[in-house]
Design a protein. Structure first.
Length: 144
């Protein structure tokens, strides 16, 4: 069994593409090291993130790093539960947002635009994290 959390928070300041790229690259490094996968969305100074992996690793990431990160405030935990499988198994940290970050980073960030597709099939029968991600992605796209 794996553990998943999903949360939203507010950025203390608007983030430019370079700063966002730095956050994503650090997240990818840390998550790969800790065997955490997930997705990060950012739009209009709002963060949404799903983290998944071994319970202790995800809790350490969320409660020790994220909750104490001074770049955001008003964290709200939307989902926390055990799941049978990963929803985002291929992403140490996938990213979606209206801002193009690829030109500011050496890493490639996969597009999550396929979240709009009803064809996405996930082995995780719970699917709460995927539905939250789809909903947030849809809301972010309305704001473009």
């Amino acid at each position: 069994m794996l553990f998943q959390v999903a949360y939203v928070s507010l950025s203390r300041l608007p983030l430019d593409e370079n700063t966002l790229s730095e956050i994503l690259e650090a997240s990818q490094r840390n998550n790969a090291r800790d065997e955490i996968t997930g997705v990060l969305m950012y739009h209009d100074e709002i963060f949404f993130q799903v983290l998944e992996g071994e319970k202790s690793a995800v809790e350490n990431c969320y409660y020790k790093r994220i909750c104490h990160d001074p770049r955001h405030k008003s964290l709200s935990l939307m989902w926390a539960d055990m799941v049978d499988s990963r929803t985002f198994p291929d992403w140490a940290m996938g990213y979606v947002g209206p801002d193009e970050v690829g030109r500011y980073t050496k890493s490639s960030f996969q597009s999550l635009s396929h979240l709009q597709s009803a064809e996405v099939v996930v082995a995780n029968t719970n699917g709460v994290a995927l539905e939250l991600a789809r909903s947030v992605f849809s809301d972010f796209n309305k704001g473009r």
